[in-house]
Design a binder for this molecule. Structure first.
Ligand code: GDP
Length: 472
């Protein structure tokens, strides 16, 4: 491809790469830096389309380092089933100052923004649950600034509560706990605060840094308290974006609408998206024909943290895809082709593998100093024993880090978490479900099975020291 575009013979490029110590075949994939080096060598001028985007397929937060314009926080709601995530999202919708008038939040587009007094705003992702959240993270799309962990006051910390805590930690998103259903007779907030302690979620009242807010989604009580907590957390985080930057963001939802064609809800991360802009979203592209918000109002533009539906794409992108405004059609084609290629490479296991061998080479070349792993075991006790031993392993330079340890078979949710954390999965006396195996294969996440703790620890020792026995 590169040889074609530069009109330079492939062998000459290969020769040059060899001189650099890179043994490559004609169809091997090289990274951007190497491609730039090659192009330079052959006297070509190089221009990157969009650094963050082309480089790794995700938005780089570094772009916001110099931004000075505050942006609203983007909040995701997670927690155990039936603890009230949907009810809370519905209740929060009504806190919008304009909701009493015509034009309240009427349509579900995957995210909505509430406007509060004093011109403050909060954006909520409107798809509760962990699947959507980790699917987006797995694709490198870290859109969530703050996680609201919903815990029902009459039930307490449950398996998915714990899972949500792990997801928030893996995403480095601060948590605010909403203790819901406090209107119920069996509500016991103190019990929940104590249960959370076991998972190192420490309430401010106990000297920790987690705000714990009592609410009732049903009675709509203390929603303002929760919003205040969000705004306070956002202030601490000092969230900024540059509205003048070329517009970029993430696809939250997408569908093919009979009358309107492909419709995608995007969340603008930086810059301002305008009607008439030429956008690339995943491998889809097109000119933005209309921008619609959750109030079904036509917008002419959407700035940072604003969710909008866009019409005018030529196909339906996937949630988690990056979108970016491009200056012309040629550039758009280039980007979509690049992404299509990346997707194919990924599907055939070319890049982005989460395997022990891959981790080992990253450790050896000091690209990482940590070996993240996810453990699933038959009983909690053995998982804890493995975790304890692993954490003692390694030295100051390299060490293993257990991202998550749980009991039970390996599920799709484990695979998405593993993918987003860049961690291989170690199964001890457990198997993976068919769906989990398929997903792991697609995403390039390695699952290794063990029945003897010693074998597992031995393998990990090998990875940390740069020597790994081949897979049996
Ligand atoms: P999700 O599965 O987490 O989205 O939970 P839902 O929002 O669907 O709520 C589960 C059930 O709990 C529903 O029957 C709600 O009506 C009920 N519920 C939610 N919030 C409250 C609350 O604050 N108080 C009471 N009493 N019930 C609630």
């Amino acid at each position: 491809e590169l040889s074609n575009r530069m009109a330079v013979r492939g062998v000459d490029i290969i020769k040059f790469l060899m001189k650099q110590g890179l043994m490559m075949k004609i169809n091997d994939v090289i990274d951007t830096d190497t491609a730039e080096l090659v192009a330079d060598e052959f006297g070509m001028a190089v221009r990157r389309v969009s650094e963050s985007d082309v480089e790794a397929g995700f938005l780089s937060d570094a772009d916001d380092a110099e931004a000075t314009t505050p942006r609203p926080p983007v909040v995701a709601i997670m927690g155990h089933v039936d603890h009230g995530k949907t009810s809370l999202l519905d209740a929060l919708r009504t806190t919008d100052v304009a909701s009493g008038e015509a034009g309240g939040i009427t349509q579900h587009i995957g995210a909505y923004q509430v406007r509060l007094p004093d011109d403050q705003k909060v954006t909520f992702l409107d798809t509760p649950g962990h699947a959507a959240f980790s699917a987006m993270r797995a694709r490198g799309a870290n859109v969530t600034d703050i996680v609201i962990l919903v815990v029902a006051a009459d039930d307490g910390v449950m398996p998915q509560t714990i899972e949500a805590i792990q997801h928030a930690r893996a995403a480095n998103a601060p948590m605010i706990v909403a203790v819901n259903k406090v209107d119920k007779p069996g509500a016991d907030v103190t019990k929940i605060v104590n249960e959370l302690l076991q998972y190192e979620v420490i309430a401010e009242s106990l000297g920790g840094d987690t705000q714990i807010i009592e609410v009732s989604a049903k009675e709509k009580t203390n929603l303002d308290g929760l919003l205040e907590a969000i705004l306070l957390q956002a202030e601490v985080m000092d969230l900024k974006a540059d509205p003048e930057h070329s517009a970029e963001g993430i696809v939250i939802e997408a569908k093919l609408d009979k009358g309107r064609g492909p419709v995608a809800t995007v969340l603008v991360k930086r810059g301002t998206l305008k009607r008439g802009d030429l956008v690339v979203a995943g491998s889809a592209f097109g000119r933005v024909r209309a921008l619609l918000d959750e109030r079904n109002a036509q917008l002419t533009e959407a700035g940072p943290s604003v969710p909008v539906e866009i019409l005018g794409l030529d196909s339906t992108p996937s949630p988690g895809d990056v979108f970016a405004v491009v200056e012309n059609e040629a550039r758009a084609r280039e980007l979509t082709e690049y992404r299509e290629r990346q997707r194919r490479e990924k599907a055939t296991g070319g890049i982005n593998q989460v395997s022990l061998v891959d981790m080992m080479s990253k450790l050896a070349s000091k690209k990482v100093s940590e070996l993240p792993v996810l453990i699933k075991s038959d009983v909690q006790g053995s998982g804890e024993a493995i975790q304890g031993s692993l954490e003692k392993m390694g030295n100051d330079e390299v060490r293993a880090r257990v991202v998550y340890s749980g009991a039970g078979g390996i599920t799709e949710s484990d695979v998405t978490l593993a993918k987003s954390a860049g961690a291989p999965i170690l199964g001890f006396n457990v198997r993976a479900s068919k769906q989990a195996r398929d997903l792991a294969e697609r995403e390039g996440v390695e699952i290794r099975y063990y029945s003897i703790i010693y074998d597992l620890l031995d393998d990990m020792k090998g990875v940390l020291s740069g020597m790994l026995a081949p897979l049996q």
